[in-house]
Each structure stands twice: as C-alpha cells, then as structure tokens.
Design a protein around this ligand. Structure first.
Ligand SMILES: [Zn+2]
Length: 363
C-alpha cells in the first residue's frame, strides 16, 4: 500500500511535503520565487532538491509540473523517493536534482498552462526563428471558446469535435489540438511568442545546479495520456541510435516514440527536452531525455476539462461555482483521486528512478 503522505491534495501541501522530505533525505533545498501568488494569496515558488556528490559527473535531473496541475504526480513520486531512503546510497558518480513545481502558478491554480496562458512544453522553440504553423488548429479554435460555458455550448463543442474526429481520426484531432499552436494566445496548447518566466527559471536552475556534467538523464514527469496508471517513457527510444540504445538498455520496456505516430502523445514542438538539448548543443555534455507520461482517463475525457479551464480563465470567473466545478474536473482528469492509481504510479515511478540511477551509475 502506498504511503498516502507522498501524494498531496493541493500545491501548498505538496510543496511543504517535498521540502520536508528533502531535509529528511539530507539534501539541499533551493527556492525560486515565481513572482506571482496562488489562490490562497501566498507567493508560489519552484523548489529544487539537490542530493549526492556535488562533483558527480552524471546527473539525474527530474522535473515536475511543466504542466502545472499534472505536478501532483511527480511531486508525490519525488517526495516518496526522498522519504523512503531511495537516495541514501546514490552511486558516487551520480547527483540527483529534483525540480518541484516548475510551473508553480499552474500547479497552485490547477491549470495546465503558465501565468501567460502558455503551454510550457510547447514554449521551448527557438523564438528568434519563425514559429511552427499548425494549419488545423484555426479550424477548431472558435469551437473551443464560446462566450458562455453551459450544457448547450458544451454539447455543441463536443459535437463539432466528434465530427472532426470522424472526418479525420481521433489521433488527427488530438494532433490538431495538442500538437501546439503559436497564433491564438487565448487558445489551448498555445506555445507563446517568447520564453515564459517558467522557461527562464528552468534554464536558470540548470545553470545553477546542473552546470557542465558529462551526462544528464532528464526525466520530465507528466500525466493524462495512456492507460490508467500506466507509466510510459516517451522520446527517441528505438534502438539503433546511441540515445535509443541507451534508453533501451537502461529502461528496457514501456518506451514509445511519438514522432513515429504510434505513441500515446502526438508529435510535439517546443518541448522542454528540446530546450535542454539546445542549451547543451555544442558542448561535451551528453543528454538522455525522456518524458514520463502516466495515463489517467481516455483522451476525450481529458481534453474537455482542458477546454473548459481555458474558457474559464479567458471568459469566465475562476472563483464562481462553475469555476470550482471546472477546477474539480481538470484536477480529476490529470490526478485521479484514487488510492490504486497512486499505488500504480508510485511503484512505476520508483522503478523508473531506480533504473535511471543504476544506468547513470554504470556509465
Ligand atoms: Zn503534460
């Protein structure tokens, strides 16, 4: 049975537990203020735990809450790892850097996006170049943002999206909506036109605590895609390249490559992993980068609360009764409040971290 104390019910509790667990594990904690407040009026922060040999050549860098509200999962796993002794005997050549609540605004407000309404995992494109074009999204945008959010407009939205899916496919619908778009700041999965504050904070944390090691294993923890409670590793994971061979050797199963169109995720632009690779381009640092994605509910059930939450912050009132209802929906879609889900996530999450440490330790 999973110790329920690892998994929290709100951002404030999660932050407190993570910080206490870091102290318990003998790690150092570093705090980065986001410059904005949570719903309780308190400033929100990103907290970073650093554990192990400070001069270790290999770094396991784990990040949570790139997508705000998805951070409950990573938070619970990181807290558990620190709390139950998993980090007590790190190999001397491995340092662990755990980023708690990178998009702390989104975590606290139960949103997937940042305070700029940006999908942080689409924001790491090179903004000096022209932004990627999503030619399908404009066809769907008006459907997603009605003036009012009620039974009638919700039904209409569902109907139109289903019509699009039956004309193309559910995967095409998912790609059009979730692949990322750079032209509608009030839309969903908007990648932004410049680096967000959380984007800059991530690069700062990397400069401060990762530096110039020989190898970085980067794991970015998400929820919402895939089978209930199942943890997939997404990235360039086919054998045949140095990266693919490595992840195959270290993790062995549960690997998917979205670019090949078979994974739970559509191909994406501007991911945080691509930002990390750009940061270390033309250096000697070798990078292994994977997204950890835990399934919750079917795609349709996850998409509607995201659309509703976007409507709420553009056209609605988050503090209204409808606002609270939508918040409960988005939280449940990305963080099922069920003990057995947390148990599945904990066991698989711990396995992934253990394997990552072993892989880096054997380098
Ligand atoms: Zn995500």
């Amino acid at each position: 049975m999973v110790d329920n104390n690892y998994f929290s019910s709100n951002y404030t509790e999660a932050r407190k537990r993570f910080r206490a667990a870091t102290e318990h594990a003998g790690g150092c904690i570093h705090t980065y203020a986001a410059g904005c407040k949570g719903p309780d009026g308190d400033p929100v922060t990103t907290d970073v735990a650093v554990i192990g040999n400070p001069d270790a050549p290999n770094i396991l860098l784990c990040n949570s809450a790139t997508h705000g509200v998805e951070g409950f999962c990573g938070s619970g796993i990181f807290t558990g790892i620190l709390q139950n002794g998993e980090t007590d005997n790190l190999p001397p050549n491995v340092k662990l850097v755990l980023i708690h609540a990178l998009n702390c605004y989104g975590f606290a407000w139960l949103r997937r996006v940042t305070e700029e309404n940006v999908d942080l995992n689409r924001n790491f494109v090179d903004h000096k170049k022209s932004h990627p074009k999503n030619t399908e999204y404009p066809k769907l945008h008006p459907i997603l943002l009605p003036d009012l959010w009620n039974e009638k407009t919700i039904a209409k939205c569902r109907r139109r999206l289903e019509a699009y899916a039956s004309k193309t496919s559910l995967y095409k619908l998912q790609s059009a909506l979730t692949g990322g778009q750079y032209d509608y700041p009030d839309g969903i999965f908007y990648g932004g036109r410049e680096p967000t504050k959380a984007h800059r904070r991530f690069l700062q944390i990397v400069d401060d605590h990762v530096g110039s090691p020989q190898h970085i294993l980067f794991l970015d923890w998400h929820t919402g895609l895939g089978e209930y409670g199942n943890g997939q590793l997404l990235g360039m994971t086919r054998p045949g390249s140095p990266h693919g061979d490595r992840v195959y050797k270290w993790f062995g199963h549960g690997l998917e490559t979205p670019a090949e169109g078979q994974a739970v995720s559509a191909p994406l632009t501007g991911t945080i992993g691509s930002g990390l690779r750009r940061r270390y381009a033309n250096t000697d640092t070798e990078i292994t980068s994977l997204t950890v994605e835990f399934g919750t509910y079917p795609v349709r059930e996850v998409l509607m609360p995201l659309i509703a939450d976007n409507w709420l912050h553009v056209n609605g009132k988050p503090n209204s009764a409808l606002g609270r209802e939508i918040k409960a929906q988005i939280k449940k879609a990305l963080y099922p409040d069920e003990e057995d889900w947390k148990e599945l996530v904990w066991v698989r999450g711990r396995q992934i971290i253990r394997r990552g440490i072993t892989g880096l330790g054997n380098l």
